[in-house]
Design a protein around this ligand. Structure first.
Ligand SMILES: NCCCC[C@H](N)C(=O)NCC(=O)O
Length: 425
């Protein structure tokens, strides 16, 4: 994703650049809201439509499964057609998916809606990063802060979805459908923000101040051989950590809090939401801290450690849910804040696109797989409010995967993350 040589975003005013960040982040808000809209209605879908846990898991798994291939295609399309056009195009695909999900009469239609939504949403994620890079590349443009802010506003979308049972109690009282219609309205907001961004991007782009096309390194399989061992540890950590955090926090945790810890829907959603709320502030703050200290791997290791500890606290102790929520909140803020800057330090700049594309491909396979496996384990054990022990197998599965992630973080630190390595550049 190399900009054309004459492009100079420094000539674009900071106000316009931050306006673009705000608009791209607003698109991300709707995107993350829709992604997280299934968890709060999971129990209602079971009660009112008779969905099994495997079906609930599939509604989120099917978001990830096409992206095992398509996220690479999406990256190429962003390079070919530009970030602004692709943010708008993928926003419309997401909206179509959200409408299908909300209005389909049966499970198959809903699943198709989630499939469509996933196809748009992950490519929108790449377009957002590319948009920020367009306006903030170059010295003194605070690209990391701008990306942190974009991610943080996306987290507010996740927080809002979890808070929706409290904020939109009347909609929830009417059943599973009105909350999903609200999610579709959020997708409309995404499209409006994307449209405004596309409009204000045209001036500077036509004036040659921004990349008109990206020369983009083609995906060459041979490139993968050049990635060092540390990159592969980071990739496996990315897969395992995101698989656990997203399959648990975005699909099953609300139901788990209801059935195992006796919370009602609003309380469970609220408890889950604090993880996302913490991340809104802590993700940019942790990124700033790591940059300032020039250390990444030790922070990553600490973030990866907190996830299995939190799951053990949840599954094995009668301690307050606040403790596990705080631990997951720190992990959810720290790991993404460090992972992406660290990736950029582990691979050559001209291979970063390939490196992150590959991470997202395998990550999507992991997230999809984890949703399917967790749902299957719950169904097999008959997990429910009357059989809370039925969730034990799911928690053991998530615990084992998160310990695997921690192991990779330790190996990463051992391979390339100690002070003498990290202080090099
Ligand atoms: N919208 C939830 C899924 C995001 C997956 C995406 N590939 C990713 O890793 N985004 C970065 C993040 O931390 O959200």
């Amino acid at each position: 994703m190399t900009p054309t040589p004459h492009a100079s975003p420094a000539a674009v005013s900071r106000t316009r650049a931050w306006l673009v960040v705000l608009l791209v982040a607003l698109s991300g808000y709707g995107n993350y809201y829709c992604y997280d809209a299934i968890g709060p209605v999971a129990d209602l879908l079971q009660q009112q439509r008779g969905f099994s846990d495997a079906q609930i898991g599939l509604l989120n798994a099917i978001y990830s499964l096409p992206n095992v291939v398509l996220v690479l295609v999406g990256g190429l399309l962003v390079d070919r057609f530009g970030a602004a056009f692709m943010t708008l195009a993928t926003g419309l695909v997401c909206l179509a998916g959200a409408l299908f999900t909300a209005f389909s009469p049966d499970f198959t239609g809903m699943a198709l809606g989630r499939l469509l939504f996933g196809i748009g949403a992950e490519t929108m994620g790449i377009a957002s990063l590319a948009a920020v890079a367009d306006y903030f590349h170059g010295p003194g443009r605070n690209v990391a802060l701008a990306m942190g802010v974009t991610l943080a506003i996306g987290r507010i979308g996740s927080y809002s979805a979890d808070m929706s049972p409290t904020w939109f109690a009347t909609a929830y009282a009417q059943g599973w459908q009105p909350p999903l219609v609200i999610a579709a309205v959020m997708a409309v907001t995404s499209c409006v923000a994307a449209l405004v961004y596309w409009g204000i991007d045209r001036g500077p782009r036509r004036a040659g101040l921004l990349p008109t096309s990206r020369t983009g390194e083609p995906f060459v399989w041979r490139d993968l051989l050049h990635f060092g061992r540390a990159y592969w540890y980071l990739l496996v950590l990315c897969v395992l950590w995101y698989a656990v955090i997203l399959a648990f926090r975005s699909t099953f945790s609300i139901k788990y809090f209801q059935h195992v810890h006796g919370l009602d829907l609003a309380e469970a959603g609220e408890m889950n939401s604090y993880v996302f709320l913490a991340a809104v502030f802590a993700t940019p703050a942790f990124g700033w801290l790591c940059d300032r200290r020039g250390r990444y791997a030790p922070f990553l290791m600490f973030g990866a450690l907190l996830l299995p500890v939190a799951l053990a606290v949840l599954a094995l102790t009668p301690w307050s849910l606040w403790i596990a929520t705080a631990l997951i909140g720190i992990s959810y803020s720290l790991v993404p804040a460090v992972m992406w800057p660290l990736a950029s330090r582990l691979v050559a700049p001209q291979r970063l696109g390939t490196a992150i594309g590959l991470m997202w491909v395998v990550q999507n396979a992991g997230i999809g797989g984890a949703n399917v496996v967790a749902g299957w384990l719950n169904d097999r054990a008959g997990a429910s409010a009357t059989n809370p022990a039925g969730y034990d197998a799911m928690m053991a599965f998530f615990g084992a995967a998160s310990v695997g992630g921690l192991l990779c973080a330790v190996l990463l630190w051992w391979t390339a993350g100690r002070r003498q390595h990290e202080l090099r550049g």
